[in-house]
Unconditional design. Structure first.
Length: 241
C-alpha cells in the first residue's frame, strides 16, 4: 500500500511542459534588456547608443509578447491568466487563508502584474523614442516634437523609470516569496518550461512550444520595427555629431 501510495503521488504530480520556449526566451531577453537600459542610463551619455538598443529590444519583445498572448500556447495567452476584480479578490482571500489553488501558468495576481509590467515597459520604451537628455542625445523621433512637448515627454520617461523599478522589485519579491516561503518553484520552470502539477484542476500542460510560428512572428515584428525606425527624421542638432 505504501509503495502504491508513493507511486500514486508521483503520478498525481507529474512534470508537465507549461511555459513554451518563446515565452522563456522573451522573459530572459526582456530581463537583460531592462537591466541594460538601467545600467547604460546610469553610465552616462557615452553609452546612449547602447541605451537606445536596449529600448528597441524592449519594444520588439513586449509587442511580441502581446501578440503571443493572443496566438500563442495555452498558458501564454491572456485568456488563461487575465482575470477581473472578483477573481483577483477571491484569490487574495484564498491566499490569506493559505488554500489558494495551484495554477499551471500565472495566478490571477501574477497575471495582473504581468499586464502592468508589459504596459509600463512598452510605454516607457516608446516615450524614449521621443525623449532627449537635454545635453547631447535624443531619441530617433524627438525632432517631431516641440521643445515644450519634448521636455514633458522626457520628464515622463525619466519619472516612469522609478515606477517601473518599484514594480519590478515587487515582482521579484513575489517570486522569492513563492520560492522560499511557499516552496513553490517558479524560477526553474521559466528555464526548463516544465512544472510539477496535480493531475486534476489547473494542472494542464501544453503539447509543444509552436516555435515555428514564434520565429515567423518575431521576424515580422523586428522587420516592421526597423521599417518604422527608418522613417525617423534627422535630429535637429545633427550638426553636433
Amino acid at each position: 500500500m505504501t509503495a502504491m501510495s508513493g507511486r500514486g503521488a508521483k503520478l498525481a504530480n507529474r512534470s508537465r511542459l507549461v511555459w513554451d520556449l518563446p515565452v522563456r526566451i522573451f522573459h530572459w531577453v526582456l530581463v537583460l534588456a531592462v537591466i541594460g537600459a538601467f545600467v547604460t542610463n546610469r553610465l552616462g551619455v557615452a553609452y546612449f547608443d547602447y541605451h537606445l538598443l536596449c529600448g528597441y529590444t524592449v519594444i520588439v519583445a513586449v509587442v511580441f509578447r502581446i501578440v503571443w498572448g493572443v496566438v500563442g500556447t495555452r498558458h501564454a495567452r491572456f485568456t488563461d491568466f487575465v482575470r477581473g476584480p472578483r477573481e483577483i479578490w477571491r484569490y487574495l482571500r484564498a491566499l490569506a487563508q493559505r488554500c489558494e489553488p495551484v495554477h499551471a501558468g500565472h495566478n490571477p495576481l501574477g497575471g495582473l502584474m504581468v499586464v502592468a509590467l508589459l504596459g509600463g515597459l512598452l510605454l516607457q520604451a516608446v516615450l524614449g523614442l521621443f525623449s532627449n537628455d537635454e545635453i547631447f542625445n535624443s531619441g530617433p523621433f524627438n525632432a517631431l516634437l516641440s521643445s515644450d512637448l519634448s521636455k514633458l515627454v522626457s520628464s515622463l520617461h525619466r519619472r516612469l523609470s522609478y515606477v517601473i523599478a518599484v514594480a519590478i522589485a515587487m515582482h521579484v519579491g513575489a517570486v522569492l516569496l513563492h520560492q522560499w516561503g511557499k516552496k513553490e518553484d517558479l524560477l526553474r520552470p521559466m528555464i526548463t518550461g516544465r512544472k510539477r502539477l496535480p493531475e486534476k484542476g489547473h494542472g494542464v500542460g501544453i503539447p509543444s512550444s509552436r516555435l515555428g510560428l514564434a520565429l515567423v512572428l518575431a521576424a515580422l515584428l523586428t522587420g516592421a520595427f526597423l521599417l518604422v525606425l527608418g522613417q525617423a527624421p534627422a535630429p535637429a542638432n545633427s550638426d553636433m555629431y
